[in-house]
Design a protein around this ligand. Structure first.
Ligand SMILES: [Fe+2]
Length: 302
């Protein structure tokens, strides 16, 4: 599991996305994907995984699919306040000072906006669950989010210089960033659109990932990319499309980086022939639908 934070933010906790048909999305994420409904409020639905986090995904009803917010955690209330002061000092658009939250999961929190206009929330003292060892084939937690950016260098600098994330690896197109020992909790892809690329849920091991992928297949959801093992991060992957067309991934065995002197991999180290996009050379290339989903503009401008 994860250890040691290199910034005030110490984990990725949850993602909120618009669901254009919330009953359809709820059916997918509970009956097929393997999350559990824990709260409802004003039409939105909160879903948990098998890990400690109160929730990992919030479905918000809306007309147009899009990323609403990314929620990060700090380990203490003190770290939350410290981060707030750090963001104010850096002239980041911070929407409200830390306050006690009345939304499901509770705790304390505030929100800020990154240079691309993505909304981020930071929380501490959540009403989390006991840390029991997950024993079945459902996701444990949100693993990572990947954002497309028209100004990737600027967005990466925001994560490193303002939020104190560390770069784990860089390919020609993508920068992988960590806030704890997980190889990446977020990655930024240079694209000609800005917005959500995909989001991934962690499975206990490759075996649970296979059971999960099988469950999706039996329910009629074609694997859109995978099963394979990525280069940067070394994680096993299986990508699907949710009912709104979001690219959503099961992943397992993500590399943990504990060496404080870790040297990020450079783009020239990650060059592969175009027909071989995973280490095993087992996976087909991403489907056209998956490429399209990863290149969409799933962003809600504030
Ligand atoms: Fe991923």
């Amino acid at each position: 599991m994860t250890s040691r934070s290199s910034s005030n933010i110490d984990r990725l906790r949850a993602l909120t996305v618009v669901a254009t048909d919330i009953d359809r999305s709820l059916d997918f994420y509970t009956n097929t994907w393997g999350l559990t409904r824990v709260a409802d409020r004003r039409g939105s639905i909160w879903l948990r995984a098998k890990g400690i986090d109160h929730h990992v995904l919030v479905l918000e009803p809306g007309q147009q699919a899009g990323l609403v917010s990314i929620t990060w955690g700090t380990s203490t209330l003190e770290a939350l306040h410290h981060l707030y002061e750090q963001l104010v000092a850096a002239s980041v658009k911070v929407e409200e000072p830390p306050r006690q939250l009345g939304s499901p999961g509770g705790g304390w929190g505030f929100s800020f906006v990154d240079p691309d206009g993505n909304l981020h929330k930071v929380v501490a003292q959540r009403e989390d669950y006991a840390n029991e060892e997950p024993s079945d084939t459902r996701p444990i937690q949100l693993s990572h989010v990947v954002l497309n950016s028209k100004n990737a260098d600027q967005l990466v600098r925001f994560f490193t210089d303002v939020l104190d994330f560390k770069i784990s690896d860089q390919t020609k197109k993508m920068t992988f960033l960590r806030c704890n020992s997980d190889h990446h909790s977020i990655a930024v892809a240079q694209e000609d659109v800005s917005g959500l690329n995909h989001f991934a849920f962690e499975m206990k091991s490759w075996n649970e990932l296979m059971f999960g992928a099988g469950r999706l297949k039996l329910a009629g959801h074609k694997i859109q990319w995978g099963i394979g093992r990525h280069g940067p991060g070394d994680n096993v992957f299986a990508y699907f499309l949710d009912p709104d067309g979001y690219a959503t991934e099961y992943t397992a065995e993500l590399q943990r980086i504990t060496d404080p002197n870790h040297v990020p991999g450079r783009p020239e180290q990650w060059i592969r022939p175009p027909e071989r996009l995973d280490q095993w050379a087992f996976s087909d290339l991403p489907s056209a639908a998956m490429k399209n989903a990863m290149h969409s503009q799933f962003i809600r401008q504030l």
